[in-house]
Design a protein around this ligand. Structure first.
Ligand SMILES: [Cu+2]
Length: 125
């Protein structure tokens, strides 16, 4: 008696293996896409010499800060190791960061501005 190399039980197992691998690859991709839809928006207003953040507290996730300079000097906004370009009066810039729960100090990096009051702590919880 001789076995055929293409006997059906072997072929069926191969199909099951391929389907299992495909499902394993697709699963996390779908989960990541669903998670990425929830971008949190925070409006940051900069004046001499303070920032106003609205809302002041957010849940963990991807946060886009829209920084509007309503002052008379150029300012920037730095948080979680990222920084906007220098924003001229009347202009705005956005900064997107992914934040876990915690406290994140923010500041304006123009010399003297943070010391004058352009700093604070953003809370993610
Ligand atoms: Cu400043």
């Amino acid at each position: 008696m001789q076995r055929s190399p293409s006997s059906s039980p072997v072929r069926l197992l191969s199909v099951i293996a391929v389907v299992a691998v495909a499902s394993a690859l697709a699963g996390p991709a779908f989960a990541a896409r669903a998670h990425a839809t929830a971008t949190i928006k925070v409006k940051v207003t900069a004046v001499e010499f303070k920032f106003t953040l609205s809302p002041a507290t957010v849940k963990p996730g991807t946060v886009t800060f829209t920084v509007v300079n309503k002052g008379k000097l150029a300012h920037d906004f730095k948080i979680a190791g990222k920084k906007t370009p220098l924003i001229q009066p009347g202009k705005s810039a956005t900064l997107t960061v992914t934040l876990k729960a915690g406290k994140y100090p923010y500041l304006c990096t123009v010399p003297g501005h943070a010391a004058a009051g352009m700093k604070g702590t953003f809370v993610v919880k």
